[in-house]
Design a protein around this ligand. Structure first.
Ligand code: ADP
Ligand code: ZN
Length: 736
């Protein structure tokens, strides 16, 4: 019997494929994009067929099973996988596997799902007293579960926490969680009633932008655009117009938004205009996701909305890719493949002949520079819809203020403005990008600082639940009443969080109705909708919150915004700190005065002259970008140079050091010739995280291509060894 050879991408971190043999009669079924089960280094792996192989079948191992009757990925997607693997230093098989939801791979169907519930109060008691040696993973899962009164489908939990079944099984054995079979079908639009809507007449700026994008769609000349429009300039209407034209040509569209703004209200705007929208967010069960995926693949739905992973939506004839709020860091994936949805969108656009639209009021400097170089066509929308003014922004110099109220949070000016707003019956929003009550705990006597035992990160004190919490691993502890180190009683709490802002607000303004929004209070299902309704019905006077409030939520009644401490984001040791601050200020200010009254914004800061705050106060992104680009050019930071980070992490400090030192030597040997400088090894900014020691190297080059080539040539240098895990992050968005 004659045999053939096929080339298979297996899900391992090597940038190459492997050949396997199969009987000639299977040739027809072994099409590119079909999954196969193959033996690999003593294991069974599922890989994707890439195509025929030239190798002699008699020297190869056999394909053991063919899993799909039809390919899950087409030729373009396979090519996209290759490019992703090369660009972000992962295996082709890993990149391809990430393109398909787990439910589709498993063939998930049916409706009954296993839902995991925390057993109360046993779970709370266990968390309060978690033994030092017990598993961090279990604690993390349990912590997530106690905050979900309705439980979490098991698959969703396993996926969002990247765990296998065993930590959950252990928790069940300990009686801390229980599994129930429930029928759950995700209702994509919550309780919203979807009524068809029509497009409003576009204003001149919108019409100009829609025209430019529309021409590229209508004439099949796919283009790449940056839609640079202030908050409230009506960017979504421009997206909708482009989608309409795309559908009219019989093609489909992908819309990506940050997960945090993927609310039913957002989805409704698209569904009510066109219908046929599939929503691909991370809280769907496998079965629901699989259903949406198949409906897109079959053409039954032609619009996909979702967070970054929607960039892989299986739309057969993709004509348009939209990335709203393109500057958001959540578009970068933090585990392998560490892709950025913006770059993948441009790659996919090129492969599919699709038009790509990136939208933002505060484009990332990378995107802005692409537009300056003409790689993206720049479309400006500098005016708000209805011509409303952007709110006046006043910086309050805290160095010359005597703050009032608990924690000394408010300058006299800000508190008098809040008072006046309340007296007029208008709504206010107070913003601080830190959760908890106090963010640092120190002994006055010996100077001991409370850090997480598992993370080397300061723990935050939550007064409402009276415990300390590590924001990195979820470890919680009872609040100490004396110093754990010297036994002295004088423990000092400092640093401010939103709980303290809420407390200070209630104390200073006892007549105000105050609500707090952050990832904690918004976790329960329907929390967004309830809050939104309460604000709209004017049952809330003052909203206190983190960046959750800066995004996506549109509250027309809000006329006053207070930024409690602008310096919290400016002081982060990251070359993007100023950029983040400018983005946050702009986004927060964009919440004000959306109704008939003009809004005002007050920004409390110790560095009022910082260029990011000064330009944000003038709503002048372009002035900000010019200064920032000069800084970046001077320091050879992106977009003028490329960066990558190599992190080694392991339980043994010595082995971690040794392994990274070895890698550094190997990279340094070839670095100069390739124009790559290698900085480090040094302890990572968070040098101990979830009980792993962490060291890193930073690689810099003048050009991204040189960096990608260099990393690809060293792919094998980055293999895990001695129990030390090696992570490579090309264009990291965070250096922690
Ligand atoms: P952005 O995404 O730029 O912040 P949106 O698309 O959300 O802005 O638009 C802001 C508001 O203006 C929305 O309530 C939207 O319905 C409304 N809007 C947008 N375009 C128009 C238009 N041409 N005519 C009337 N209202 C519009
Ligand atoms: Zn921790």
């Amino acid at each position: 019997m004659t045999r053939i050879a096929v080339d298979v991408a297996v899900p391992i971190p090597l940038h190459r494929s492997f050949s396997y043999s199969a009987p000639a009669e299977d040739a027809e079924r072994l099409r590119p994009g079909v999954r196969v089960r193959v033996p690999f280094a003593g294991r069974r792996l599922v890989g994707f067929v890439l195509g025929p192989s030239d190798l002699d079948p008699s020297t190869l191992k056999d394909v053991e099973g063919i899993l799909d009757a039809a390919p899950l990925l087409g030729a373009r997607e396979l090519e996209l996988g290759r490019r992703i693997a090369r660009r972000w230093v992962c295996g082709i098989g890993e990149a391809l596997a990430a393109m398909i939801p787990a439910g589709v791979k498993k063939g998930a169907g049916g409706r009954a799902v296993v839902v995991v519930h925390a057993v109360r109060p046993a779970a709370d008691e266990a968390l309060a007293d978690w033994p030092a040696r017990a598993s961090v993973k279990q604690r993390e899962l349990l912590r997530a579960l106690v905050e979900e009164p309705e439980g979490v489908p098991r698959q969703v939990l396993e996926r969002s926490h990247r765990v296998s079944a065993s930590p959950l099984e252990t928790l069940r054995r300990k009686g801390l969680v229980r599994f129930d079979r429930e029928r759950r079908e995700e209702d994509l639009f919550g309780a919203l009633e979807i009524r068809p809507t029509k497009a409003p007449p576009l204003n001149p700026d919108q019409a100009r932008a829609a025209q430019a994008i529309g021409a590229s769609i209508d004439e099949d000349r796919p283009g790449n655009f940056l839609l640079f429009g202030v908050t409230g300039s009506g960017k979504t209407e421009v997206y909708l117009d482009a989608i309409g034209r795309t559908l009219a040509r019989g093609r489909g569209a992908v819309v990506m938004v940050p997960e945090i703004s993927l609310t039913p209200q957002t989805v409704e705007r698209f569904e009510s205009r066109f219908g046929g929208v599939a929503v691909l967010h991370s809280h769907l069960t496998d079965a629901d996701r699989a259903r949406q995926w198949h409906e897109l693949a079959s053409g039954a739905r032609r619009i996909a909305i979702g967070p970054r992973s929607a960039v892989f939506a299986p739309i057969p004839d993709l004509g348009l890719v939209i990335l709203d709020e393109e500057h958001e860091t959540s578009f970068k994936q933090q585990n392998a493949p560490r892709y950025h949805a913006r770059d993948v969108a441009l790659m996919r656009g090129e492969l599919s002949g699709a038009t790509v639209v990136l939208g933002s009021a505060t484009p990332s400097l990378e995107t802005w520079e692409l537009a300056r170089r003409g790689r993206l066509q720049l479309l400006r929308m500098p005016e708000r819809i209805g011509g409303g003014d952007l709110p006046a922004v006043t910086r309050i110099d805290m160095r010359s203020q005597r703050p009032t109220g608990p924690g000394g949070l408010f300058s006299p000016l800000l508190s008098s403005m809040i008072r006046r707003n309340l007296d007029r019956g208008e709504q206010a929003l107070l913003f601080l990008n830190r959760r908890g009550f106090r963010t640092s705990i120190r002994c006055r006597s010996c100077g001991y600082t409370k850090v997480c035992r598992d993370c080397d990160v300061a723990m935050t004190w939550y007064r409402s639940r009276d415990h300390l919490l590590c924001h990195h691993c979820g470890r919680s502890e009872r609040t100490p009443d004396r110093c754990p180190e010297c036994g002295h009683g004088d423990i000092h709490f400092s640093g401010i969080g939103t709980e303290l802002v809420e407390h200070a607000t209630r104390t200073l303004f006892p007549d105000a109705r105050v609500a707090r929004i952050d990832s904690e209070t918004m976790r329960a299902r329907g929390a967004h909708e309830r809050l939104f309704a309460a604000v709209k019905a004017r049952e809330i006077d003052i909203l206190v919150g983190t960046q959750m409030i800066a995004k996506g939520l549109d509250f027309p009644g809000i006329t006053l915004i207070g930024v409690v401490a602008a310096d919290t984001s400016l002081c982060i040791p990251d070359f993007r700190a100023a950029e983040r601050t400018f983005q946050l200020m702009t986004q927060v200010a964009g919440r004000a005065g959306r109704g008939e009254h003009a809004g005002r914004v007050f920004v409390q800061t110790y560095s009022p002259d910082h260029y990011a705050l000064e330009t944000a106060a003038r709503h002048d992104y372009e002035a900000y970008a010019a200064i920032e680009l000069d800084h970046r050019r001077g320091a050879a930071y992106p977009p003028f140079g490329a960066l990558a980070r190599v992190v080694a992490q392991g339980p043994d400090e010595g082995k971690t050091d040794e392994t990274l030192a070895e890698i550094a030597r190997a990279l340094r040997a070839d670095g100069p010739a390739a124009g790559v400088s290698v900085l480090g090894p040094a302890p990572a900014p968070i040098a101990y995280l979830k009980r792993l020691h962490r060291r890193h190297l930073v690689l810099r080059t003048e050009s991204e291509d040189a960096l990608v080539d260099f990393l690809a040539a060293h792919h094998d240098t980055f293999r895990n060894r001695r129990g030390v895990q090696i992570l490579v992050d090309c264009d990291p968005v965070a250096m922690l």
